[in-house]
Ligand binder design. Sequence first.
Ligand code: ADP
Length: 336
Amino acid sequence: KTLQFIFLNRGALDNTGYTMEEARSLTPIDLKPDYSVSSFRNMIEPLINGKKEILVFQTTHKRKDQSLYDVEVHLQKMFYRNREVFTAIIIDITQATNDEKRLKELHEKLVKSNERLKYFAATTAHDLKEPLRMISNFSDLLRTRLEGQLNEKTSKYLYFISDAANRMQQLIYDILEYSEIEAGKLKKTIVDLKGILLNVMSDLEPSISSKKAILNLPDEYPVIRGNEILLYRVFQNLINNSLKYSKENQRPKITLSIKEDFDCFLFTIADNGIGIEEKYLNKIFDLYVRLHSKAEFQGTGLGLAIVQKIIHLHGGEIWVESIPGEGSQFYFKLPK
Ligand code: ADP
């Protein structure tokens, strides 16, 4: 009734700096500068009238020397020598509160530095486009103007210049695309999967017909929510890779299948291409990872990194299984 302390254990005495004698003349309000008698009584009302078994709250405690520390209080009603009393377990959360504050500061710093990095990557890539276009255009111009007048070596050098410029253009395009895919900007709608695949097929038609590739697509498509443009890029990249990394002496056969699972749809894109050695299976989704020289296969090594980023943004996951020389199966899950 008086709220006066009856007993404090050793830890409580050490923490508050009072002796037992001193503490017995105090009430919790003397320790809790955030509360007045009435606000404290209001708070413990549910314990008194039995509406609550336990109250847990965070506040600040004042020591005898007036210094403050953050605490978490667990308050309960109990019987002690036939009297109704309160028992409180007080946890000093100074460290946890400091850690949390520090974590928040670090997180904010990280977000800002990430923003700056993204901005840097985007502007650098963007600014490089123009001079590159000049190199590419003028080397093409030189080649056509000097057609027939150049010896074999010189025309080869000119070809190297424009080829390098083209690859760099593709690289810049991919870096920009990678840095622009962002969670916050992800607009989701019901996705027309069949439409996406028809478009991808028409995009890749030159390569499909020159390689005489066989594409097996499902008859039915599930209804999923996602970003149509980004998912289009997923299928385009994966099917393009299956065409690109096909075996020279064999017609590429690419099969897309979709299975319904409990909470997601599992997509599989299987090919009969050159396959991937086991030790590279996890690495190929990293930025700039390529297993072949540019002479063997053109590419920037960003395609699968972009695909993975898009799948993760949709709350899914992606992985690959493969037997070198026989083919690869790319699996990805999208939540329902
Ligand atoms: P890129 O095709 O531009 O090199 P990707 O990120 O799309 O980059 O692929 C990374 C690497 O993974 C490729 O260089 C290739 O070695 C390997 N790879 C991707 N898809 C396949 C596939 N279907 N079959 C065999 N290897 C593949």
